[in-house]
Structure formats: C-alpha cells, structure tokens
Design a protein around this ligand. Structure first.
Ligand SMILES: [Zn+2]
Length: 326
C-alpha cells in the first residue's frame, strides 16, 4: 500500500457501496432495483456483492457498477469462516481450493471457501480486483485470522448490517491490531444490505479516485485512498511533523488514536481531555469543524512520531467517520 495522504491524492471523492446483496444470493431485491436504490441515495459507485455468484447489472445513468462478490476462506483459529469482498472481478470459480466440509447451500446461492486468505486474494488480484476483510467483529475473528488476512487491501471498520443485527458493527479494534502488526488496511464502511431498502445508505466508503472508472476505484482502494463513514464528511487531513490538523462536517467529538504501545489518544471533544488538542473552528451551534492535534510538550520524542495515527469524528447523533494518516 502506498503511503500517501488520500486527501492530497489526485481526483475527487466518490461515495461507494461495496457490500450489498440481491436476490441472486440472500438479498430480497432484484439487482436492478438494488442499483436504483443506491442511485437515488446519491451513490457514485456500487458493487453488488452476492455470495459466491457474479451478479451483473447495468447501473442507472451516473452510477458506476463494479462487479464483485463476497467470498470466504476456511476457518483460521476460530469456528467461523472469515469472509472478504472481491471488488472488480468478472468471474467466481465454482471450485475454490478450500475444504468442502465448510461449504453449504443457502438462499439462492452457496457458501464456499478458499484454503487461505492469500489464495483468495491472489485469485482476485489475477482478475485485477481489490479485497476487503468483512465484518471481523461479527465473524468473531481472532487475532490470528486478522493477521492471516494481511494481504487484503481493506477492512470493514464499520458494517451497518452487523450493527443492526447484533451490535457488532464496529471493528476498529481489529484495525488497530493490524496497524500494530504493521498491516495497513484501507478503512471501509458498508451497508451489507439485504432488505427492501430500509438498510440502504447507512454506511459507505469514500474513495478518492482520479477517474470514475472501475480501474481507478480499484487502484485507489489498493492505495488506501479511502475513509469510512456512517454520517460525517471529512474535508481535509494534513500532517505536519508531529502535528495533525483536520476539518470536517460539524462534530461533537474528535479523537486521535495511535499505537497501543505509543499510548497516545487525544480528544478535541467537549467531554474529553484537551491536552494536545486544539479546537480551531466551531460552527454557529458550537460544534467542532476544524481541530489540531499535537502531543503535549512533555511527551518523549519517540512517541511523538507514532508508527500510525487514525482519526474518529463523531457528530451530534453519534454517527462516525474513520480515517487514517500515514
Ligand atoms: Zn454480506
């Protein structure tokens, strides 16, 4: 993954949905109705990610449809088969190399597995696609499985369906485990929608791409030029030495996270400790729109330049955006 700031990358931000199911697997809407629903919610990009089947549909004018699927691998250190999204592929093999003991039929498709994440990722990469680790928290993935997924391009930091279903939508802790092991996943937010549109537009991935093409979006995903959101908009993030400045839609709280071992977490919110965080601008209602973080002067030099940083922005309704800085 390249180490460039997505907010300085060439192009425009595209609102993308990479995880949605049609009646070709366990969703309830025909593919064209699902595409219409995303078009009307203002999405720029949609991948219909049915389980182990390619669902191809022409998007309504202005909606870029990138073909893909939700695939799986044999269990790693736990009972459940981990799943991942394949974005930008044209076919799904009927004979992956996983153990058929883990396969089963369900809804109008089937569940199969690759033997390992590396095998699954290589299969997708051969077709020019990108990969995203699905709902680690919902799948109960142990640390071993997260590390085994290191070849993948992104992670679902937020999966709205998992949140709705059993409050396991937030996988940001898994993202941190990966960072601490020097694995940098692009942050993704998804709907994982299945039903007649009441579960559409709850979470999305913003991708900064130089063109509205399948190739450009896949390349940007691989490069980590994304942020995840279920509400807030991030306008800009800039790193200047050990200082980080960001501007965003009106927020109640903003947190800067870093490595566990580095131990730095700074809050610009009304309720957090303010050491090292400065609110530069508020809107007329007092919500934060621009903040600057800099570790307090008594923090030792080696902890000032953490190996990784990430920002969480939370609005007054508790909706969040997640972005990392490299
Ligand atoms: Zn799914």
């Amino acid at each position: 993954m390249s180490e460039s700031n997505p907010f300085r990358a060439e192009g425009e931000w595209l609102k993308c949905q990479f995880h949605a199911h049609s009646l070709c697997s366990d969703g309830e809407l025909p593919p064209d109705s699902l595409a219409d629903a995303y078009y009307h919610r203002g999405f720029d990009v949609l991948t219909i990610s049915d389980h182990w089947v390619m669902t191809k549909v022409d998007g309504p004018h202005g909606l870029l449809v990138i073909p893909g699927a939700e695939l799986g691998v044999d269990p790693v250190g736990g009972p459940m088969s981990p799943e991942f999204l394949a974005i930008g592929i044209d076919e799904v093999t009927e004979t992956p190399n996983g153990d058929p003991v883990n396969w089963y039929e369900f809804a109008s498709s089937s569940f199969k597995t690759f033997a390992t994440f590396d095998d699954g990722h290589a299969y997708v990469r051969e077709q020019g696609g990108a990969t995203i680790l699905c709902h680690p928290s919902w799948s109960g993935l142990p640390q071993e499985a997260v590390f085994a997924a290191k070849a993948l391009d992104g992670v679902e930091v937020w999966n709205a369906s998992s949140h709705r279903e059993n409050d396991r939508g937030d996988s940001s802790y898994v993202w941190d485990l990966a960072f601490d092991a020097d694995i940098t996943f692009a942050p993704c937010g998804t709907d994982d929608s299945h039903y007649p549109t009441f579960d559409v537009d709850d979470a999305w991935t913003m991708v900064r791409a130089p063109e509205r093409t399948r190739e450009a979006v896949v390349e940007a995903l691989r490069a980590g030029h994304t942020y995840a959101s279920n509400g807030p908009v991030v306008h800009d993030v800039e790193r200047d030495g050990d200082a980080i400045e960001a501007s965003f839609s009106p927020a109640r709280d903003v947190w800067l996270h870093s490595g566990w071992q580095d131990g730095l977490g700074l809050s610009a919110g009304a309720r957090g400790r303010r050491d090292g965080a400065e609110i530069l601008q508020r809107d007329v209602r007092g919500l934060i729109t621009h903040a600057r973080f800099r570790p307090p002067d008594d923090v030792e030099a080696e902890r000032r330049t953490s190996r990784w940083w990430r920002l969480v922005i939370e609005d007054e309704y508790g909706r969040r955006a997640w972005t990392n800085l490299v």
